[in-house]
Design a protein around this ligand. Structure first.
Ligand SMILES: [Fe+2]
Length: 444
């Protein structure tokens, strides 16, 4: 693993950055994207993240100045997909509330599994070919991607580490991403993940477009995830001969090609299409301060919008440590039936609405219109607790991937992983009828 102090970042969300590796001063051409000859005799290559003609406010592209162009590789051949899939029709639908115990990590003495090999798909919907949909994967790995690089031709990855730090080499530079941080690696960006030992986390993949910061409306100019807290790596390159394997996820399948050089040979780049990371501790929490319960959308970090106004292909929402102060209010999350799908994970600690059973490294899925809400113990306690100002979720970070899509469960998610908790429904069974007529008698 590289020393973290060697990693250098630029701050801002979706900014037009310009950066060059200090070992190659002047590597970035001045005033022209593609000169007849680039500085240091490099190749200029554009990576487009939107259509050429996307409106300027949405247009995403970067120019990379690299030692060799990306096209220098042998033909791609299909490889084993493992437990990663974008096929949503191979397993029957399951509308139940679902909860998973912590997903397995490769144990002691287990075979080496890297980030790509360790991707397992829990659920998803849509189609990579028509660029509409989302998938939720778990990664569990114990070894680094040695001389192996991956890019996703189908969409963007939002990676949520739960255990183990990830050192991620990208074409744009290197990032260190620890649990309680997230990173986004967008469509087409080459990357390799290096780990220190058993590592686990969650991946939200979106096919439609890119993540943006939510609009703030009357909140104003500041709040939630502030743009300056997003960090993008500065240019870094290596120039060495190698037998590199390039892996592309293309139309839901994995393909491998060979090349005789490191893909991390970009000495300079500029543009607004780049990977980034974000520390969840830096989220500015906004909440109700008088009475009633704000919807969880107030905790939205990033959103990938559909074509329907205000309706997300996927929102990334967190439940950070905060003060709870509402008066005459049932404070935990309300009972709910939603026209969206809600997948939750836990990075650390205990989630307030489910103190037991929902564990770090596990997950839950409350599908479209599937009823959910606090368990019986939580309901009882929160209905009777004295309502003083109190801290909640200290030491905890739960999150939600919320999607307008009806997410289909995979065979791995429902069966193969063997982590589905069949007793989950029981947490609500002790909920009693409490209704009484005004004379104190139950109504006939
Ligand atoms: Fe909900």
């Amino acid at each position: 693993m590289a020393e973290p102090e060697a990693l250098k970042y630029m701050s801002g969300f979706g900014n037009e950055f310009a950066t060059e590796d200090p070992r190659c001063p002047g590597a970035l051409p001045e005033g022209q994207n593609n000169p007849q000859k680039c500085p240091y005799d490099m190749y200029a290559e554009q990576l487009s993240g939107t259509a050429f003609t996307a409106p300027r406010a949405h247009n995403k592209r970067s120019w990379l100045y690299r030692i060799r162009p990306s096209v220098l590789h042998t033909p791609f051949k299909p490889i084993n997909n493992g437990n990663m899939t974008n096929n949503w029709d191979s397993w029957p639908p399951n509308p139940n509330q679902l909860r998973w115990r912590p997903f397995d990590m490769p144990g002691e003495g287990a075979a080496e599994v890297d980030f790509v090999q360790g991707l397992s798909t829990v659920c998803g919907a849509g189609d990579t070919r028509s660029r509409h949909g989302a998938a939720i994967h778990i990664y569990a790995c114990n070894s680094s991607m040695s001389e192996k690089s991956f890019y996703n031709s189908d969409g963007d990855f939002l990676i949520v580490p739960q255990q183990g730090e990830l050192l991620i080499y990208t074409e744009f530079g290197k990032m260190l991403v620890n649990p309680n941080e997230i990173c986004v690696i967008q469509q087409g960006m080459k990357f390799s993940v290096f780990v220190n030992g058993p590592s686990r986390g969650y991946v939200l993949e979106v096919f439609d477009g890119h993540f943006t910061l939510p609009d703030l409306g009357p909140i104003g100019a500041n709040g939630l995830a502030n743009p300056r807290d997003f960090l993008t790596p500065m240019a870094w390159f290596e120039d060495r001969p190698s037998d590199y394997t390039m892996i592309s996820k293309f139309q839901g399948k994995l393909f491998a090609a060979g090349q005789r050089h490191s893909p991390y040979d970009v000495a300079a780049w500029h543009g607004n299409y780049h990977p980034y990371k974000y520390d969840l501790e830096k989220f500015m929490v906004i909440n109700a301060v008088a009475f009633d319960h704000a919807d969880p959308s107030i905790f939205t970090v990033l959103t990938c919008q559909s074509n329907k106004p205000g309706t997300a292909i996927a929102d990334f929402v967190i439940f950070p440590p905060r003060w709870s102060v509402q008066e005459r209010t049932f404070r935990p999350p309300y009972y709910h039936r939603n026209c969206m799908s809600e997948f939750m994970g836990l990075i650390k600690g205990k989630y307030e609405a489910k103190e037991e059973g929902f564990q770090p490294g596990g997950a839950s899925l409350h599908s479209m219109m599937t009823p959910h809400g606090p368990d019986a113990t939580c309901f009882e306690n929160a209905s009777n607790a004295p309502l003083k100002a109190e801290r909640i979720a200290d030491g905890t970070m739960a999150f939600m991937f919320e999607s307008c899509l009806s997410l289909a469960l995979t065979e791995w998610g429902d069966k193969t992983c063997q982590k589905v908790d069949p007793s989950y429904y029981e947490v609500w069974q002790p909920l009693q009828k409490r209704f009484k007529a005004e004379d104190g008698q139950a109504m006939a």
